[in-house]
Design a protein around this ligand. Sequence first.
Ligand code: MN
Length: 234
Amino acid sequence: MSFAFTPPSIVGLPIAGSDDRFPVRRVYCVGRNYAAHAREMGFDPERELPFFFCKPNDDASVVPVAEGSTATLPYPPLTSNYHYEAELVVAIGKGGRDIAPADAASHVFGYAVGLDMTRRDLQIAAREKGRPWEVGKAFDFSAPIAPIVRRDQAPDVQCAGIVLEVDGTVRQQATIAHLIWSIDEVIANLSSLFTLQPGDLIFTGTPEGVGAVQRGQTMAVRIDGLPSLSVRID
Ligand code: MN
């Protein structure tokens, strides 16, 4: 059997302290997983639980960013409100379904810093019409990710600080401890909907302070104890 043309390659994310790469399977994202962000988007976190959506897993969408380097991303088409969302990314190393929260940590390969880049104007227009979110969330270069730190080498990310700066000015500053669904609960909930497999990534949601970024600006995202992520918009 041969393919009619060269099949697309699997994205490999750098792993801190290793020459191995993490092969990306699916890219899941959690929506409105911080109460203050849910409120800034006009929703009541007391009444609505977080939820899931996906991004593509291909090498056009997922952008591995080496430690200490700045990736340059093109400003995406057909938007005039291009937003950053700083997020903790959980990398799955062991698959499963209906995973109990108490067992969730054993399914984690490691953690990374990521950006859930968003065409906010297109996302909100789709949301208001009850349409899917792909045009707002699942576009090319929408998921830059810094190197993964293996779980046994990672800090306690459950209460790590998360900060996003644009050109040196702090725009998002929170703690992972503010997650509505904890990392364990995200894995448990997601695995009740989809069978998780090694290689899956989960963007766990963004804290408050999202906003627009313009051409020529540089975003720096830091989570305590993980390699930081630096992205410039061209
Ligand atoms: Mn997000």
